[in-house]
Design a protein around this ligand. Structure first.
Ligand code: NFS
Length: 649
């Protein structure tokens, strides 16, 4: 029996989702919203992080009456161990995603790339140069192999620290050396963390939490940055591109195919194949006007950034997309894919296709995707979707009209180009705008949706407020999609929202005040942008000095925890809209929220209200500006003729 979600209209911010939730209720289809309600009050011990099931003397839980587990572990140890394991989960997810891409690059280097090739030779050369691989007189294939082998070494290195750390400002590297948080190989960090959290190993909560930061850095500067670099090499470095977002991008006259998950390899092929004349003809023969490809979650961001494929929705809309009744097929890869999808799909004619052997779901059709026949595999899937179109029940179709235009595609390269032009691409104009105070600072707004809160509403309220207060926003993941749906990601509408200083800069250089930088793996682009600002000069010599803050308003995944940790360990304060499961240990929270400041110059803050979060962002930014000495008003002096001559200009 499906329980009606309490106040369904307060569960999501956008109208399209309201309409589809109402449809789900009338058709008796369960969603994350109903299941959230069915869960009732959530487990207190889980919320506090004090449940330990690491060994089988337990599970133990810490209460005032039983302050120690059977082995003697206290709340600090248990909470810190659980936290570190979550960070490992996030680091492993991003890094494994990156590894798949690196292996694809290696295959290209070995002449076995199948349908894949290096699309962006400039990006390949850029990454080679950054990693001291000579590029003169060498073929693309040679460079691809050398870089792939170097990146594979980043996973397997046992004793050397990550080479990618050298991409950070030197002072930043010194901070990691000093604090003992410079990570060695990514795989080693994950394995070592699992070892340290095994029963009877590391019991010092500070030591465990430092390892959490160290592991997260292996993700941020290793796995994630490698993932972005190789995606750019294989699929192209994004440049600004127009598209649309929200459920209204589904087209009732077409065969609708949704790609969902995170890895761009198959979705890129599907995007190419959807316009293949053979597929278009096949769709027309079935009575459709063509194939409409749309994306969900970060797979959406990958093909949005490079191909302008529209976004059907963010995390909380994956079930809703199926419930429109107009989706023939949802092709999923890895991460953030709800196991409920085949059950939801069973109410309609939709087929869920899983494509990787590491991610199967009962009820989905498994079609493992073969790289050497990628384009053909994509065409087979699309034809299957066309066949399903004939089974669509028009009585069950209701696609909301809502969709918003957007501009995405802001890689660091693209931002540099927009700021400085092709002859002198540079962050200088941005630094100058920050120093002069027209832009107060920069805020990264990232992360997911969570049915614990009204989806998108915190992200939207915070984004609008910060833009008004002259803060330039860098967004990724589902947060970026929320802004897009909210109409904040076109230069035109966003400029209307912006404060005078930010507006002036955006108009002058032609960028919107909210920059969509890609998927969550692309949070590495935010680190890269922060580094560029640092290198450009005038705003401090490590990242902790920058007037920059990160916010994860509606986060839910382990990846978001890892991202938060590598932001903090890279010197960027992070505000969480929802707390970690760490409240059972005052010491752990103190370490994350206070002592981290001493280590890295940054810490976590928990703020449930978006406007209070906006206040905090501005407070942190103004503090950084004060410390940099750029808040001092330049004295205005009237010059007489003698003064002018002395200027000698
Ligand atoms: Ni990020 Fe992207 Fe979205 Fe959250 Fe999931 S899609 S990797 S984890 S839910 S932002």
């Amino acid at each position: 029996m499906i329980k009606t979600p309490e106040n369904p209209h307060q569960r999501v911010a956008d109208k399209a989702s309201h309409e589809v939730i109402a449809k789900a209720m009338s058709e008796g289809v369960d969603t994350c919203f109903t299941r959230f309600d069915q869960q009732g009050k959530q487990c207190k011990f889980g919320v506090e992080g004090v449940c330990c099931k690491i060994c089988h003397m337990g599970p133990c839980k810490i209460t005032p009456r039983s302050p120690l587990g059977v082995c003697g572990a206290n709340a600090d140890t248990i909470v810190a161990r659980n936290f570190l394991r979550e960070v490992v989960g996030g680091a492993a997810a991003h890094s494994d995603h990156a590894r798949h891409l690196v292996l694809r690059l290696k295959a290209i280097g070995e002449g076995k790339g199948g349908d894949y090739e290096v699309k962006d030779v400039k990006a390949l050369k850029r990454s080679c140069t950054e990693h001291e691989i000579p590029t003169e007189n060498r073929t693309t294939q040679e460079l691809a192999l050398d870089l792939a082998m170097l990146f594979l070494g980043e996973f397997t290195s046992q004793e050397e620290t990550l080479k990618s750390l050298k991409l950070a400002p030197q002072k930043q590297q010194a901070v990691w050396e000093k604090t003992g948080t410079a990570p060695k190989g990514i795989d080693r960090m994950c394995v070592e963390s699992m070892h340290r959290t095994h029963m009877g190993v590391d019991h010092d909560y500070r030591n465990l939490l430092k390892q959490a930061y160290r592991t997260s850095l292996a993700d941020g500067w290793g796995g994630s940055r490698i993932g972005t670099m190789v995606s750019d090499i294989l699929f192209g470095t994004p440049v600004p591109i127009r598209s649309q977002a929200n459920l209204g991008v589904l087209d009732v006259k077409k065969v609708n195919v949704i790609v969902h998950g995170h890895e761009p390899a198959l979705s890129d092929m599907l995007a190419a194949a959807a316009n293949d004349p053979e597929i278009v003809a096949y769709a027309k023969a079935a009575g459709a006007e063509g194939v409409q490809l749309a994306g969900l979650c970060c797979t959406a961001n990958e093909i949005l950034m490079r191909r302008g494929v529209p976004v059907a929705g963010n995390f909380h809309q994956q079930e809703l997309a199926i419930i429109t009744g107009a989706v023939e097929m949802m092709v999923v890869d890895v991460q953030c894919v709800m196991p409920s999808l085949p059950t939801v799909a069973s109410h309609y004619h939709t087929e869920i296709i899983s494509t990787t052997n590491i991610a199967k779901t009962i009820g989905a059709t498994h079609m493992p995707f073969e790289a050497d026949k990628a384009y053909e595999s994509a065409k087979v899937m699309l034809k299957r979707a066309v066949d399903l179109f004939k089974k669509r029940d028009p009585a069950k179709v209701a696609v909301p009209a809502d969709k918003s235009p957007l501009v995405a595609g802001f890689s660091v390269e693209a931002i540099k180009y927009m700021l400085g032009g092709s002859f002198r691409p540079s962050f200088r104009p941005l630094n100058d705008a920050i120093i002069s105070g027209r832009i107060r600072g920069v805020c990264g707004i990232v992360g997911c949706n969570n049915p614990k809160t009204e989806a998108d509403s915190y992200i939207n309220a915070l984004s609008r407020e910060l833009v008004k207060r002259n803060v330039l926003l860098l967004q990724t993941g589902c947060a970026a999609q929320a802004s897009a749906k909210n109409g904040c990601m076109t230069p035109e509408t966003a400029l209307e929202l912006a404060g005078a200083g930010l507006r002036e800069v955006c108009e002058t250089v032609g960028i919107p005040p909210i920059l969509h930088m890609g998927s969550c793996v692309d949070n590495g682009r935010i680190l890269e942008a922060a580094t560029e600002i640092c290198f450009e000069g005038g705003l401090g010599d490590d990242l902790s000095k920058l007037p920059a803050v990160g916010v994860a308003p509606e986060w839910m995944s382990e990846k978001a925890i890892t991202i938060g940790c590598y932001f903090v360990a890279s010197g960027c304060d992070v505000i969480l809209g929802l707390p970690f499961h760490t409240s059972g240990s005052a010491n752990v929270n103190k370490f994350l929220q206070e002592e981290s400041k001493e280590l890295f110059g940054a810490a976590f803050y928990e703020i449930a209200d978006p406007l209070a979060a906006a206040d905090k962002v501005c407070e942190l930014i103004e503090q950084a500006r004060e410390n940099l000495g750029i808040n001092k008003k330049a004295e205005r002096k009237l010059l007489d003729m003698k003064d002018r001559r002395a200027l000698n200009v």
